[in-house]
Design a protein around this ligand. Structure first.
Ligand code: SF4
Ligand code: SF4
Ligand code: SF4
Length: 272
């Protein structure tokens, strides 16, 4: 049981959120939603302990596809950034705002970019592409994310201005937005030979994720006494994090998605 302590704790944390939200709002949805997500994450952690190669992908697909297909397409919740602006500007602090608060704004103080490694339905598809390790130097075009961020807000403000900000419009935006994200994400991945190019340069959510994850409690750390500076961890990292340096200011420090690839690769188990 000791080996599965983390899985049990994770499930209990999600279950506590599930029960608290259910009791405080009276909505059974919150109980089922967070129980399901907590169970997927806990099972994924058990699979990781068992060293199953695709444990992270298991969580990414079970959580990511649930959000995209069930919450997005069936329940018609816009969980993209436009949906967040829409709910915020409507003064309705429902599932969409809660999702952003937990996964993308305040949660990263605790678990960093865990969302990006284990739940995002955009990355779930992009990670299937062949460029798992970036081939080529990093581009200086990260400013695009701020433009996309501002455009997403401007679009929703315009919809409110013209009286078109309805649930139906937001659903259409969700469908179109996801198709655009996949098309742009795949194009950038192929062009830069880097599956995560979209995450590095374009995704507007990183405007929230990056500053918050700088302070993340959960982070990969290096035992510098053990490290033999072989550089294997740096070569496999999909986000090009300088993981063998413990400083919070290490290169690409706010981009670690906690995928654990570096840990698996380290020959002297210096990363934990
Ligand atoms: S950076 Fe954006 S697209 Fe990439 S995994 Fe994170 S939320 Fe998803
Ligand atoms: S390989 Fe290591 S440093 Fe790079 S994103 Fe994954 S966990 Fe973070
Ligand atoms: S793989 Fe391990 S030993 Fe090699 S540089 Fe990274 S932390 Fe150091």
């Amino acid at each position: 049981m000791k080996k599965f302590k983390t899985a049990i704790i994770l499930f209990i944390v999600f279950e506590a959120i599930a029960v608290s939200l259910w009791l405080s709002t009276g909505q059974l949805f919150f109980l089922l939603n967070f129980t399901y997500i907590g169970a997927c994450i806990a099972v994924g952690e058990v699979l990781m302990v068992k060293k199953w190669k695709y444990a992270r992908e298991f969580v990414q697909f079970t959580v990511g596809s649930y959000m995209l297909v069930f919450l997005g397409l069936i329940c018609r919740e816009n969980m993209q950034i436009e949906g967040f602006w829409y709910y915020l500007l409507s003064g309705f602090f429902g599932a969409g705002v809660l999702h952003y608060a937990i996964a993308k704004i305040f949660g990263p103080l605790l678990f960093g970019r865990g969302w990006c490694g284990y739940a995002c339905w955009t990355a779930m598809i992009l990670d299937l592409l062949p460029y798992k390790q970036p081939q080529g130097s990093r581009k200086k075009i990260g400013f695009i994310r701020y433009i996309v961020f501002a455009l997403s807000l401007a679009l929703v403000l315009l919809l409110f201005h013209f009286g078109k900000a309805t649930k139906h419009t937001m659903f259409l935006l969700f469908v179109i937005g996801n198709l655009v994200y996949y098309a742009v994400g795949i194009t950038f991945a192929v062009a830069f030979k880097d599956n995560r190019a979209f995450c590095k340069y374009i995704c507007p959510i990183t405007v929230f994720l990056k500053p918050m994850s700088y302070y993340s409690w959960l982070r990969i750390q290096c035992d510098e006494d053990k490290c033999i500076h072989c550089g294997k961890c740096l070569r496999v990292c999909p986000m090009e994090v300088e993981v063998n340096n413990n400083s919070r200011k290490r290169k690409n420090a706010t981009e670690c998605i906690l995928c654990q690839k570096c840990k698996k690769e380290c020959p002297v188990k210096a990363l934990k």
